[in-house]
Design a protein around this ligand. Structure first.
Ligand code: ADP
Ligand code: MG
Length: 336
């Protein structure tokens, strides 16, 4: 039990908490006329740009192991939304945060949470302009992210065409491997495992790359629920089939090491593991130049993993590709 006024946030007033944890940014970008502290934030309208909006929630014990590193939870609240905007090719600008903090939350965890949150806001240049704070359990952060993109240019899920190639950025399955390692640490901990755990705790969506392929890719999505599940959204929205070649899935060296040590099939993790927050996208040959320019300017690698077909519309298929997709919060067994 936390002591009444010592190491939990329970006794701190709501406004003092908001000040300490969330109102850390003192210099706001020019398009914020009014940020934290009033009834609502006021943002300058964005010329002819489109507004792009996304909201995602991270919950202690659901999106992170219960009681795991609170700074990672704060980081993730931002990163998961940045990932959505990366998939649209948009530039994130402003965030609103609805925070549910258990009164018994330790001050150290609250501080760590705010540190992770602000590190991620800084990483992607996002201004936190408002929110809401309630005392309730479990610890959960629901962040609304607003961003911009030039009028009519955002990438969508419904533009894939037969003949396009399917690509993914970075490597796949690392986050699921990191989670497995945290849940059930092996007796012999290899240095490579720290990298996998970090991929799980502090994902870094390829935001600059997403902007770089805007206008060139025919469809895009972020890989949050697992490659097969997420490509399934493109397949259905675009009414096309997607054939994956599992031999071409990009795997990291630490993933290879872990698979070798445990005998698990890394392709299974790469196909169905969630939370990598990489981008999956489709593009025709005409996109080649823009894709390669984005690769070098954003320092983001990508790999061709399959092709868009006219056969089997709405399906993702290929040798050894599981049909059960990826993570679904409402799946009967709540399992991958
Ligand atoms: P109101 O009662 O007008 O909604 P609150 O007392 O809830 O105001 O919040 C005070 C100010 O602090 C508001 O500007 C609100 O946007 C901001 N705020 C509250 N919680 C958060 C949070 N978790 N993150 C960022 N800003 C917050
Ligand atoms: Mg309020």
């Amino acid at each position: 039990m936390p002591t009444p006024d010592g190491d939990s946030i329970g006794r701190a007033g709501e406004l003092a908490l908001i000040e300490a944890l969330f109102h850390r940014q003192r210099e706001l970008p020019g398009d914020v006329r009014l940020g934290v502290g009033d009834d609502a934030a006021v943002l300058a309208a964005a010329g002819t740009d489109d507004w792009v909006a996304a909201v995602d929630t991270v919950i202690d014990g659901v999106h992170a192991l219960p009681g795991d590193d609170a700074s990672a939870l704060g980081w993730k609240a931002v990163a998961v939304n940045v990932s959505d905007l990366a998939a649209m090719g948009a530039e994130p600008r402003h965030a609103l945060l609805a925070a549910s903090l258990p009164a018994a939350l330790g001050r150290d965890r609250a501080e760590a949470l705010a540190d992770g949150l602000h590190a991620a806001l800084g990483e992607w240049g996002v201004a936190l302009v408002g929110g809401d704070t309630t005392a309730s359990a479990p610890l959960s952060l629901s962040l609304t992210l607003l961003g911009r993109a030039p009028e009519g240019t955002c990438m969508r899920r419904d533009g894939a065409r037969p003949g396009d190639t399917v690509y993914v950025t970075g490597t796949l399955g690392d986050s699921a491997a990191g989670l497995a390692l945290l849940s059930d640490p092996p007796p012999e901990w290899l240095a490579a495992y720290d990298w996998l755990v970090e991929r799980h705790r502090r994902p870094r969506p390829p935001l600059a790359f997403g902007r770089g392929i805007r206008g060139a890719a025919s469809a895009a999505i972020d890989v949050s629920d697992g490659l097969v599940a997420d490509l399934g959204h493109i397949a259905r929205a675009s009414a096309v089939g997607i054939e994956i070649d599992p031999d071409r899935l990009p795997l990291s060296a630490p993933m290879g090491e872990w698979a070798w040590a445990t005998g698990i099939d890394p392709a299974r993790y790469a196909l169905a593991g969630g939370e990598d927050f990489e981008l999956a996208f489709t593009a025709g040959e005409d996109a080649f130049e823009a894709m390669h320019r984005a690769k070098y300017t954003a320092d983001t690698r990508f790999t061709a993993v399959g092709r868009v077909t006219a056969e089997r519309p709405g399906e993702v298929y290929g040798d050894g590709v599981p049909t059960d997709g990826g993570w679904d919060h409402f799946a009967p067994d709540g399992d991958r």
